[in-house]
Design a protein around this ligand. Structure first.
Ligand code: LLP
Length: 437
C-alpha cells in the first residue's frame, strides 16, 4: 500500500510518522491516517473526471477533519443518515454540495436536510416522494434523484450488492417501478427531478458492470424523455471502486473507471439523441481505505497441539468486523524487525523464518479473527506490534461497543507529524450513557 513505507529497524512510516512511535504515544489499537494519501486519491478522481461531480461517501469514514479535507479537495459529500449529515454540518461542510441517501429516511431526517439546504436527496421509496414534497415548495424546490436498479450484480459479497432486484434499495427498472417513481416525482411541483442514481455494490474491481449500468440508465433516460418530454441533466453511478487489500489484488483506479464509463456514456447518449448528462460518482473506500493503517499490540501467542498458531491482539471484531461479516482478507505486517521481500512486495517480516498465524482479537467469540494464515515471524511474541494496511474505510466507521472494549483512536499523519483526530473511547464513555440507577 502506497501509504506505508519501510522505516529504520523494520519500522513503518505513514505520512512520515513512525508507527512504533505512534503506538507508544497514542496507544493501541490505533488508526494512523495518511492525510496526503487521501488528498492524492481525491485529486486523482478530479483529474480523471474533470467534468464529473465527485462526492465522497461519508459512510466509509467520517470525522470533522475528514469533512474539511473533502471540502478542501473540491469534492461533494454523500451522507446516509442524520448523524452523518449533522457531523458534516458541524464541520461547516457546504450543504449545497451534500447529497442525502437512505432507504428509510425518517421525517426528522428529511426536515433536517431541508432546513440545512442539502443540495440533492436521492429518492428510494414511493412513500418519501409526497413526504419530501410536503417539506418543499415550487419556488424553493428540492433537487432529487431517483435511485434505480439496473439489474447488475457486482461487489465483493452478497451483502453489498445493491444493483439487483430483490433487495431493499431503489426501484427496479425491469419491473417498471423505476418508471412509476419517475412519474410520481415529476408530478410533484415542489420536487425538481435532476437525474437517476444507481449504486451497484462495493469493492468492485472490474469496470464492466459500470458499462452495463450506463447502458441501462441511458435507455431509461431516453424513455423518460419520450414519455415526459424532459431530459434529466444528471446521472449518478454511485461508488464501489475496489482497492488493494492483499499484494496481488486488482484495483479499480479513477482513470480505469473514467476510461470505462465516460466514452460509453457519450456514445449511448448519441445513439438516443440525448444530451450527455453530468456524471456524479460516490467513491468512499477508494479514497479512505488505502490512507490508513491499523496498529495492534500482540498480547498473547498460542501454538496449539494440532499445529495452528494464534496471535491475539488488543483489538478485533469490535474495531474491524469485516473479516467476521464478509470473510474479508487483510495483509498483516510486524513492526520492529527488518522487512523481508517476497513475491510482489513485502509479504512477511523478520530476518528469521515465518509461519502462518491466525491474527485474532480479544473478543469472546471464536469467529473474532482479523486475518487467517498471515505470514509472520515464527518467533512472534507478546509486545510485538502488528500493522494492517488499507484500514481507512468501513472499520472505525463500523466499530461497535462489543465487550465494552472501546473504539480505537485515530491520528492524522502528515509531513512527519501526528495529530489526534478522534480520541479512544473509554469505559467512562460507556458509563456516561447509563441512566438507570
Ligand atoms: N454510494 C452508495 C449509495 C452506497 O451505498 C455506498 C456504499 C457508496 C456510495 C460507497 O461505496 P464504496 O465506494 O465505498 O464502495 N461495509 C461494506 C461496504 C458497504 C458499502 C455500502 N454502501 C464493507 O466493509 O465492505
Amino acid at each position: 500500500p502506497a501509504s506505508a513505507v519501510p522505516g529504520p529497524g523494520g519500522d513503518l512510516l505513514v505520512g512520515g510518522v513512525s508507527l512504533r512511535e505512534a503506538a507508544e504515544r497514542f496507544g493501541t489499537p490505533l488508526y494512523v491516517f495518511d492525510e496526503g494519501e487521501a488528498r492524492a486519491r481525491a485529486r486523482a478522481y478530479r483529474r480523471a473526471l474533470p467534468e464529473a461531480e465527485v462526492l465522497y461517501a461519508a459512510k466509509a469514514f467520517l470525522c470533522t477533519a475528514m469533512a474539511d479535507l473533502v471540502a478542501e479537495e473540491g469534492l461533494g459529500l454523500d451522507v446516509c443518515s442524520a448523524g452523518e449529515l449533522r457531523l458534516a454540518a458541524a464541520a461547516g461542510f457546504p450543504a449545497g454540495r451534500i447529497l442525502l441517501h437512505g432507504n428509510a429516511k425518517s421525517p426528522d431526517e428529511l426536515r433536517l436536510a431541508r432546513r440545512l439546504g442539502v443540495g440533492r436527496i436521492v429518492l428510494d421509496n414511493l412513500a418519501e416522494i409526497p413526504r419530501l414534497a410536503a417539506l418543499a415548495t415550487p419556488d424553493r424546490p428540492q433537487r432529487v434523484l431517483v435511485r434505480v436498479l439496473p439489474g447488475v450484480a457486482a461487489g465483493h459479497h452478497a451483502a453489498v450488492r445493491t444493483g439487483v432486484d430483490g433487495q431493499k434499495f431503489g426501484f427496479s427498472i425491469a419491473s417498471g417501478e423505476a418508471a412509476e417513481a419517475v412519474r410520481r416525482t415529476l408530478a410533484q411541483p415542489a420536487l425538481r427531478l435532476v437525474g437517476l442514481h444507481c449504486h451497484l455494490g462495493s469493492q468492485i474491481t472490474d469496470p464492466a458492470p459500470y458499462r452495463t449500468a450506463v447502458d441501462r440508465l441511458v435507455e431509461l433516460l431516453a424513455r423518460i424523455r419520450d414519455e415526459h418530454a424532459v431530459e434529466l441533466p444528471e446521472l449518478d453511478l454511485g461508488g464501489g471502486h475496489g482497492v488493494r487489500y492483499l499484494p496481488g489484488d486488482p484495483e479499480l483506479t479513477p482513470a480505469a473507471f473514467a476510461a470505462a464509463t465516460t466514452a460509453r456514456l457519450a456514445a449511448r447518449c448519441a445513439e438516443h439523441a440525448l444530451a450527455v448528462p453530468k456524471l456524479l460518482i460516490e467513491p468512499g473506500r477508494a479514497v479512505a481505505a488505502p490512507a490508513a493503517v491499523a496498529l495492534y499490540r500482540v498480547l498473547a501467542v498460542k501454538h496449539t497441539a494440532e499445529g495452528r498458531a494464534f496471535a491475539a491482539v488488543d483489538g478485533g471484531m469490535s474495531d474491524n468486523p469485516r473479516p467476521a461479516l464478509y470473510g474479508s482478507a487483510y495483509t498483516v505486517r510486524v513492526l520492529g524487525r527488518a522487512p523481508r521481500l517476497g513475491g510482489g512486495g513485502v509479504v512477511g517480516s523478520g530476518a528469521g523464518p515465518t509461519r502462518p498465524f491466525d491474527v485474532v482479537g480479544c473478543h469472546c467469540e471464536a469467529g473474532d479473527v482479523l486475518a487467517r494464515d498471515a505470514p509472520l515471524p515464527a518467533d512472534l511474541r507478546p509486545g510485538d506490534l502488528l500493522a494492517v494496511p488499507a484500514a481507512g474505510a468501513y472499520q472505525l466507521a463500523m466499530a461497535s461497543g462489543y465487550n465494552l472494549v472501546g473504539r480505537p483512536a485515530l491520528v492524522a499523519a502528515r509531513d512527519g507529524r501526528a495529530r489526534l483526530l478522534v480520541r479512544r473511547e473509554t469505559v467512562d464513555d460507556f458509563l456516561a450513557r447509563e441512566t438507570g440507577r
